[in-house]
Design a binder for this molecule. Structure first.
Ligand SMILES: [Mn+2]
Length: 322
């Protein structure tokens, strides 16, 4: 692999590349955090995307490396996305990737775009297309797709037919992308399905992206591999094929731990990314597993209270493992 700008010979160029590296914050990183067992309330948790952006502005102020905030639909649903983008721009950051959510509705029990039920597939596709509409309004470059689709038992569904349904939905979304927009496809070995996952690995993601075109790129989530997998090799292969779309820096001390602080994920992968000179536009830090409540809470009052009075474990959790 050749390296641009002499990065393999010039330590100063490597330092410059790292200095220019930017990390996009996920809006849900600012929500309440916890696990499947308990979401812990915190004082001053942001109530809406405007307040999440205010927190992201503070991070960028102190670090200088986080000039954008990814949003997640519907967690960050607002009436006017152009106004949201204008507001964040006025504070010095931009709206980054738009993350779709086709995993938390009851309809998606057996999958979203891979579901055997055509009605549910159509619902999921409509949501993905809505996310591209939102990108148009916010000026976002990237649509980020992670699917919880899969099966839990042998014989539950036709594995190949599910791939066909996936390819069909991806093609429809790809055709909807505007100039300069990208589709980022994220893979994950397991969870929430445990027998088959419809996008389990970089090979599957790359096959789909290659079939679509150059604006379809693969996201490497550092928490989404089996133990012992050489992530640097995957990064090198995706760079070589021109399909490295970005990273999610989830930790994997055990298995996609989704820690938002102190994760070890990016350490092996980032130097390769910097070497590429691609601009270092990563998708998220802390990953998708920052658990938060979708119902906004008052910033100053009782952050632990659930406005709907629902105390079932995880029932109001956001961002479980993406
Ligand atoms: Mn992720």
């Amino acid at each position: 692999m050749t390296s641009p700008a002499g990065l393999d010979r010039d330590p100063g160029a490597v330092k410059d590349a790292l200095r220019n590296h930017q990390i996009e914050l996920p809006s849900w990183a600012f929500g309440n955090t916890g696990t499947r067992f308990k979401v812990f309330g915190q004082p001053s948790v942001p109530r809406d995307p405007i307040e999440k952006a205010a927190d992201a502005v503070q991070v960028h102020l102190y670090t200088g490396v986080a000039p954008s905030m990814a949003v997640h639909i519907p967690w960050d649903k607002v009436a006017d996305y152009s106004a949201l983008a204008a507001h964040t721009a006025s504070r010095g950051i931009r709206i980054g990737a738009v993350n779709a959510n086709v995993f938390q509705d009851d309809d998606y029990k057996l999958g979203s775009v891979c579901n055997p039920d055509a009605r549910i597939r159509a619902k999921a596709l409509a949501h993905l297309l809505e996310c591209v509409d939102i990108m148009d309004a916010t000026g976002s470059r990237d649509l980020k797709l992670w699917f919880g689709d899969g099966t839990n038992y042998p014989g539950q569904d036709d594995i190949g037919a599910r791939q066909d349904r996936l390819a069909s939905a991806l093609a429809a979304v790809y055709a909807r992308l505007g100039p300069g927009q990208r589709m980022l496809l994220e893979y994950k070995l397991f969870e929430p399905s445990f027998y088959t996952t419809d996008v389990p690995d970089w090979g599957t993601a790359l096959l789909h992206c290659t079939a679509l075109g150059p604006a379809a790129q693969v996201v490497v989530d550092t928490g989404h591999h089996a133990p012992g997998v050489n992530i640097e090799f995957i990064v090198a292969m995706l760079l070589r094929s021109g399909r490295l779309g970005g990273f999610d820096f989830n930790s994997r001390f055990y298995a996609d731990d989704d820690l938002m602080v102190g994760g070890g994920g990016p350490i092996p992968a980032v130097p390769h990314h910097a070497r590429d000179g691609e601009g270092g536009r990563s998708c998220a830090v802390g990953g998708g597993g920052v658990h938060a409540r979708p119902v906004p809470q008052h910033r100053a009052e009782d952050p632990g209270a659930d406005p709907l009075g629902d105390e079932r474990a995880g029932s109001r959790r956001q961002g479980a493992a993406c």
